[in-house]
Design a protein around this ligand. Structure first.
Ligand SMILES: [Cu+2]
Length: 274
């Protein structure tokens, strides 16, 4: 009964509310779709936010208390006290302890982001001014991914986030992303997976995610990279293993590395010249 009701309510809510993309007047994060992002959300909601709120309220209370208690009309002769050992030790020690308490779960999250498990799928993402190039090195697939112009959008395709060639990954599999750039700094970021890494020319950064539900996920370049920085979105389709294999079969033909890879073209040219 409850499940049925929940389903009816869910179908009544417009798609945009449930979609994995930013929405108008959004507060907080996008809905997590990986353990990594769930850890980040937990850390933010149950560690950072309560501590920040408590400190802010406490400082505000101290300020107001001082303003009222020591106002000029009630406190004609000001105190000349300039030191108090106990208070000084406390206001050094307590913040230290708060930082230590925060550091423990923070390091845990950072460590899990940094340790890449054995990858099921490896993707190489290359930032260009202004689009992303993708490569599946194990599958000999290579293609470019450009933003779709507003006038060419189909129904339900979000503005500034839709691309012509999306990446496909299987659900519940470890996806390793190797990130680099070809011209200037870019950053490959996907909020629902809790992933953001700089794309640096001449260097490869690695990150990983394991999407735990299917769907279309949107991200953007997150490092100011020039005039069209805002127009190089990232679209990831998380699909079932079966659908992924179907896509692979299609992509191996459509995006075969031999035809589009510059290196191979150059190698062919050199052979011809010889
Ligand atoms: Cu960029």
């Amino acid at each position: 009964m409850f499940k049925k009701l929940a389903y009816i309510i869910l179908t009544l809510i417009p798609g945009s509310v449930l979609a994995n993309q930013p929405k108008e007047w959004q507060l907080g994060f996008q809905k997590p779709a990986s353990q990594g992002m769930e850890d980040i959300v937990w850390f933010h909601d149950y560690m950072l936010l309560p501590i920040i709120t408590a400190i802010t309220v406490f400082v505000l209370f101290l300020l107001l208390y001082t303003c009222v208690r020591f106002r000029a009309s009630k406190n004609k002769v000001a105190s000349t006290t300039s030191h108090n050992t106990l208070v000084e030790v406390l206001w050094t020690l307590i913040p230290c302890l708060i930082l230590v308490v925060m550091a423990v779960p923070s390091f845990k999250v950072m460590y899990s982001q940094d340790t890449i498990p054995k990858a099921d799928v490896t993707i190489k993402a290359v930032g260009y001014q202004w689009y992303w190039g993708y490569e599946y090195p194990d599958e000999n697939i290579i293609f470019d991914s450009y933003m779709v112009d507003e006038k060419d959008l189909k129904e339900n395709q979000p503005r500034l986030l839709t691309v012509d060639n999306e990446i496909y990954v299987p659900v519940n599999k470890v996806v390793k992303v190797m990130i680099t750039a070809n011209d200037v700094l870019h950053a490959w970021a996907l909020p629902s997976f809790g992933v953001k890494r700089d794309a640096i020319p001449g260097r490869i950064n690695e990150t990983w995610f394991k999407a735990d539900r299917t769907g279309t996920y949107y991200g953007q370049c997150s490092e100011l990279c020039g005039i069209k920085h805002a127009f190089m979105p990232i679209t990831v389709n998380v699909v079932t293993e079966e659908e992924y294999n179907q896509w692979l079969d299609k992509a191996k033909v459509e995006f075969a590395k031999e035809e589009s890879s510059n290196n191979i073209k150059v190698a062919k040219k050199i052979k011809e010249i010889k």
